[in-house]
Write a protein that binds this ligand. Structure first.
Ligand code: FAD
Length: 470
């Protein structure tokens, strides 16, 4: 007889699907609160987009006050202790940037899971979801290397980014931006080495027009800022991109080049590829998007070598193992945070996380970034994590219930980590009480979050740990 797919069943209190910023802290928080927890991740690494070289946004608000504590801060403290992050840096464009080492993120993530007692299932992908007649989620089936594992749990947390669990469970959803359904573009991130930034900045001194963001809100975003701010993101080279395009050497649909500092001064992350007009929740379109991404990465390496003084001999260090997906499905929750309810008292009273980044919509059809400054951080209410129609499931990370404008701020990794910690604690409280996540007492949840260092609206923000540039 030919061998068949192997089958296995397991049982947990809490099952978290997806090990990125929206899943990892949820698993750690649930396990620390005593829940038997499994974390399922389809790749060979935890961290999601945080393991691609991107700096983490959302730690400081526009005034430099700390907006995130708890596990989100603990991750940075641990990274700082091993050279995996230089800390938080203020930025006139992004409010703050916290560079990280993409590989040390993966290591710290595993360490934190192991210490908390989380069972990790790497290289396992969601296949099926079982919801009973009462609308309660009972199990997920995941697939890894010729084995199907059915995981029963009391509470499930969707940290897949695209909301694969919620989608299969039948939670109502929309695609892309409200009204247009356009999705923000995807990007194949990569890191590079063997460059001389001092030479590049000297070139920018002679070509100040190549500093890209000229809007009033970006006052102070100049070459001096790049020189004195270890954690920065450079956006510019509009003229060089335009002339390379004219010469047929730049086909990417964006008119500026972006690099982002990482924890290592010898490594920059390049966030310039732009794959538009794909629905990255469709596996065939995702695959086509990756093909485009690889071509763009090579085009960018050549662009850097030919157009950026100091980058003549630049080399790829690593291409991210997955396409970076900004936006796909948005789910309907018990509460949907909209621009109208952003600062309402009710939102504030039920808030379980603070969002401090700006509203940053990358065009899904061509060039352009539409950025609106968020002067004051706003709270994410617990109801945005509770999906409509399905019990026993919590939305986390970028799957939460918000309108597409709010999404453009709340989607960043720091905020996703804070949301995830709240989801994990809420799941553990539901398990302890034998109830559903929707029955969790928000007051108790907020108290527990506060006791663990989370920062909620109205709370006095402690001074940030780590370096803070003026
Ligand atoms: C190109 C790009 C640039 C960005 N720039 C920044 C930035 O500079 N700073 C910032 O803070 N934020 C940035 N963001 C936003 C931020 O990265 C994401 O919104 C955030 O990572 C969302 O967290 P998440 O955990 O919900 O999703 P993800 O980070 O995507 O993590 C999802 C995880 O779930 C896993 N997974 C997915 N589907 C399944 C499945 N079916 N089964 C099992 N596992 C699954 C994935 O492998 C992944 O590990 C950027 C996003 C992109 C795409």
């Amino acid at each position: 007889m030919r061998p068949a797919l192997r089958e296995k069943t397991t049982d947990y209190d809490v099952a978290v699907i997806g090990g990125g910023p929206g899943g990892l802290p949820a698993a750690i928080a649930a396990a620390r609160d005593g829940a038997r927890t499994v974390l399922v991740e389809r790749t060979a690494a935890l961290g999601g987009a945080a393991a691609s070289g991107l700096g983490i946004l959302g730690y400081l608000d526009r005034s430099g006050n700390k907006a995130l504590g708890g596990i989100a801060q603990e991750v940075i403290d641990r990274l700082m202790a091993i050279g995996g992050s230089p800390g938080h840096f203020r930025c006139p464009v992004h409010n703050s940037i916290t560079p990280v080492s993409p590989d040390l993120v993966k290591i710290v993530a595993v360490q934190m899971c192991q210490e908390a007692g989380v069972d990790i299932l790497f290289e396992h992908e969601l296949l099926e979801v079982d919801v009973d007649e009462s609308g309660t989620m009972r199990s997920v089936t995941v697939y890894g290397k010729l084995m199907m594992t059915r995981i029963s749990a009391k509470v499930f947390i969707d940290g897949t980014g695209d909301g694969d669990v919620a989608y299969l469970a039948g939670v109502p959803h929309t695609l892309g931006q409200d009204g247009t359904q356009t999705m923000q573009p995807s990007t194949l991130m990569f890191t590079v080495t063997n460059f001389d930034l001092e030479r590049f900045w000297d070139f920018l001194d002679e070509h100040p027009e190549e500093m890209g963001i000229k809007e009033a809100y970006a006052a102070g975003y100049d070459v001096d800022f790049l020189r004195r701010t270890r954690g920065h993101c450079y956006i510019g080279l509009t003229a060089r991109v335009a002339s390379a395009r004219e010469a047929g050497a730049f086909t990417i649909p964006r008119n500026q080049f972006i690099y982002i500092a990482t924890a290592s001064e010898r490594l920059l992350a390049i966030n310039t590829s732009r794959v538009i007009r794909i629905d990255a929740s469709d596996p065939v379109e995702l695959s086509k998007g990756l093909e485009t991404g690889y071509s763009q990465v090579w085009e960018l390496v050549q662009f850097m070598r030919e157009n950026m003084p100091g980058f003549e001999e630049v080399e790829i260090s690593q291409i991210a193992p997955a396409l970076g997906i900004r936006e796909t499905r948005h789910f309907a929750g018990e509460e949907r945070l909209t621009m109208d309810s952003l600062y309402s008292e009710a939102t504030s009273e039920r808030a379980i996380a603070l969002s401090a980044y700006n509203i940053d919509v990358h065009s899904g059809t061509g060039d352009g970034i539409d950025l609106h400054v968020v002067e004051h951080p706003f709270g994410i209410p617990f109801g945005a994590l509770l999906p409509q129609a399905v019990d026993g499931l919590l939305l986390s990370g970028r799957t939460i219930s918000v309108d597409s404008t709010v999404f453009a701020a709340a989607r960043v990794m720091g905020t996703c980590m804070a949301i995830a910690e709240a989801a994990g604690i809420a799941a553990a409280l539901a398990v302890r009480d034998g109830g559903a996540p929707k029955d969790v007492d928000v007051v108790e949840l907020r108290e527990e979050l506060g006791a663990k260092g989370a920062i909620l609206p109205g709370a006095r923000a402690p001074q940030p740990a780590g370096a803070v540039a003026p």
